[in-house]
Design a protein around this ligand. Structure first.
Ligand code: ZN
Length: 251
């Protein structure tokens, strides 16, 4: 089976469409949360994401935009976007986002994989470093945990007493590219497809991944998208301008 992994789309329609156009053929879509928040196309992205598949976990921005989580802990920029998003969402999309399940989640027919937004023990925790990943890797009940939330594409893994991280290094900064990462049967992994709609690893291109369960290869992907269009929507919506400018830097 070939699984398309999307995370942290953040209401960026242009980035989502670019990922779908760049993705090789796939059988299923798994979504790791933060469908909305920050970007200016919450309804278009919710509609599109809902049509792609049924396996989602919720993100903190999905909770904030639908009133399931207090926005007091959000920075002013994120809070302003959450309030704006709530005003924009149709009742149908609000209900759908509110009903997204909390991770960790396991799909019946993909037994060796767990989905979370942040970390298995805490859906809102950030797994940024190998140090953050060690406890969940040791506690893992499945060989592979797919996670998002940090907007940083990459992997952490433990193999017996050895543990390490992997960050894909691409050749260009403007073309569609992919890097294959082979999983070993004896190791445990935490794998992050990166953020579709607001990457923060210094690469402005939309990030996603494709996992081939038969070959046990996790393909990291980057796809350029219509940045200006996504930015213009944010300016027109009178969202904080930094939400538009940061997209160009991938920060
Ligand atoms: Zn996010």
């Amino acid at each position: 089976m070939r699984i398309l992994l999307l995370s942290d789309i953040h209401a960026n329609l242009e980035a989502l469409e670019a990922c779908l156009a760049a993705a090789p053929s796939f059988d299923r879509v798994l979504n790791l949360g933060d469908v909305v928040g920050y970007g200016a196309s919450p309804n278009e992205v919710s509609d599109r994401a809902r049509g792609l598949g049924k396996i989602f976990v919720r993100g903190n921005h999905d909770k904030a935009a639908t009133g399931l989580m207090d926005i007091d802990d959000f920075n002013p920029m994120a809070a302003a976007a959450a309030v704006w998003t709530r005003e924009q969402l149709t009742p149908e999309n609000l209900d759908w986002l509110r009903s997204l399940p909390q991770g960790p989640l396991q799909a019946e027919d993909i037994p060796d994989v767990q989905l979370v937004h942040g970390s298995p023990a805490d859906e809102d925790a950030y797994v940024v470093s190998l140090g953050d990943a060690l406890a969940p890797l040791i506690a893992a009940t499945v060989p592979a945990i797919f996670f998002g939330h940090t907007h940083l594409q990459g992997a952490f893994f433990a193999n017996g007493p050895a543990a390490d991280g992997f960050r894909p290094e691409y050749r260009t900064v403007g073309q569609a590219e992919s890097i294959a990462f082979q999983l070993k049967p004896e190791a445990r992994y935490m794998l992050n497809p990166g953020s579709v709609g607001q990457p923060r690893d210094g690469d402005w291109r939309a990030a996603f991944a494709l996992f081939d369960t038969d070959a046990q290869i996790f393909h990291f992907h980057r796809a350029p998208y219509n940045l200006k269009s996504a930015q213009d929507r944010i300016f027109e919506a009178k969202l904080p301008p930094r939400l538009a400018t940061r997209l160009a830097a991938g920060r």
